[in-house]
Design a protein around this ligand. Structure first.
Ligand code: RM4
Ligand code: MN
Ligand code: MN
Length: 395
């Protein structure tokens, strides 16, 4: 059982977000870091470093408007990534930043703006084809702020139309991932507010559309593992955006607030694998941006936490659990989970890491490498040369 659990770590390939290495912040302000990435090449360099230290982060998610400029062709961006030993992973559309999207993108009452949003999405799909990425990710800020602002049902139909059009343009190997979020930036109604809405829209769009579960996009009391179990059973779980939250969409480090929740989610995946005879095809992606923590360290911490909780969940004694479930031995059943959760898996993780040729503690290895200090000096200097004066104000 232990060997099998350790081997399952091979399947946990974690995609790093390009935006997690740049200076980002809250809507009130940014706190700048000397070593933060200035451009896309820096983001790939930092992601490449994390991958070299952890041996499980071979791809980087990109955000189209932030990582690609019109003058730069897609292939050259992919080449920069390849130089760092990583590949471009999910292509994230940006349908929330431009002034036109004040009243929404796919849900906008104006057909011309819906067309613009669709065109951007089709460009992202094409970009995916050009760089060999098979994941196209959609998150919509769409919604309304006041009752009566727009027709909710009409907006749903506009979404159906736009998503169907996207689906038609997917290559055979491309998967379209549809995120949901209960609120923010829309404060009265959000067009895709929960997993059920995402599920319905995916079903309507076509077989290559799947639900993306961002762990931070739920109300506080939501049972996320139940959503995961249902989506798995319906073959509709496309991927995760890993992060943690205390209040809303906080983008905190995975497992920093409630590691048991992540363990229970992973437990559903391992249970599925055992019962169905194989692991589902799921994209595991980090969606965090750290305003206060050093970015690369936070990313390594996240990856280590994910592996720790994944392995613990793999160690759940499922045959004992099944027996207890059958006989209604609730205390014993619960304790099977708790025992696994409380197991120290450091040695097993070390064993897996040494097989992959990386240090048993990637965070220590990072600190010893001096990488953080080197990039801080180099990037401060480069910012000066480029005349970049970072603005940190909210207004
Ligand atoms: C959202 C969501 C998306 C991300 C945007 C910028 O809250 O999590 O995945 O692309 O933020
Ligand atoms: Mn997300
Ligand atoms: Mn989010």
């Amino acid at each position: 059982m232990k060997e099998q659990a350790v081997a399952s770590l091979d399947l946990l390939r974690i995609e790093l977000p390009s935006w997690g290495f740049a200076d980002t912040g809250t809507r009130f302000g940014k706190f700048l870091q000397d070593g933060s990435a200035i451009d896309t090449a820096d983001k790939f360099a930092d992601a490449g470093m994390v991958n070299r230290l952890t041996a499980c982060c071979p791809t980087v998610a990109v955000h189209v408007l932030w990582d690609f400029s019109e003058s730069q062709d897609a292939e050259s961006v992919a080449a920069i990534a390849a130089k760092q030993g990583v590949a471009i992973g999910s292509i994230n559309a940006n349908l929330f930043q431009d002034q036109e999207y004040k009243l929404g993108s796919f849900g906008n009452p104006d057909a011309a703006i819906r067309e613009q949003a669709l065109q951007h999405s089709l460009d992202c799909i094409q970009l995916g084809k050009d760089v060999g990425s098979d994941l196209f990710t959609l998150w919509f800020a769409d919604g309304t702020n006041y009752p009566g602002q727009d027709n909710i049902r009409a907006r749903k139909r506009r979404f159906q139309e736009g998503l169907r059009a996207c689906h038609e343009h997917l290559a055979e190997n491309q998967i379209m991932l549809l995120e949901y979020k209960p609120f923010e930036p829309a404060f009265y109604h959000t067009d895709i507010a929960d997993w059920g809405m995402s599920y319905l829209l995916c079903k309507d769009a076509g077989p290559q559309a799947k639900v993306l579960v961002d762990t931070g996009h739920h109300y506080a009391a939501q049972n996320i593992e139940q959503i995961v179990a249902w989506l798995l059973d319906e073959q509709m779980l496309g991927g995760f955006h890993f992060n943690d939250r205390r209040y809303a969409d906080d983008d905190l480090t995975l497992g920093s607030i409630d590691p048991y929740q992540i363990f229970r989610i992973f437990n559903e995946i391992h249970t599925y694998a055992e019962e169905e005879g194989g692991y589902p095809d799921i994209a595991y992606m980090i969606d965090q941006s750290h305003n206060l923590k050093p970015k690369i360290e936070a990313m390594i911490q996240t990856v280590m936490t994910a592996q720790d909780l994944w392995l613990k969940a793999a160690l759940v004694d499922r045959s004992a659990l099944k027996g207890y479930q059958r006989s209604g031995a609730i205390v014993d059943a619960e304790n099977v989970l708790k025992t696994a959760f409380n197991t120290n898996v450091d040695d097993l993780l070390g064993q897996w890491r040494s097989e992959k040729g990386v240090a048993s503690n990637p965070l220590d290895a990072y600190r010893e490498s001096g990488y953080g200090e080197t990039i801080a000096v180099e990037r401060v200097q480069r910012r000066k040369e480029l005349g970049i004066q970072a603005g940190a104000a909210y207004a």
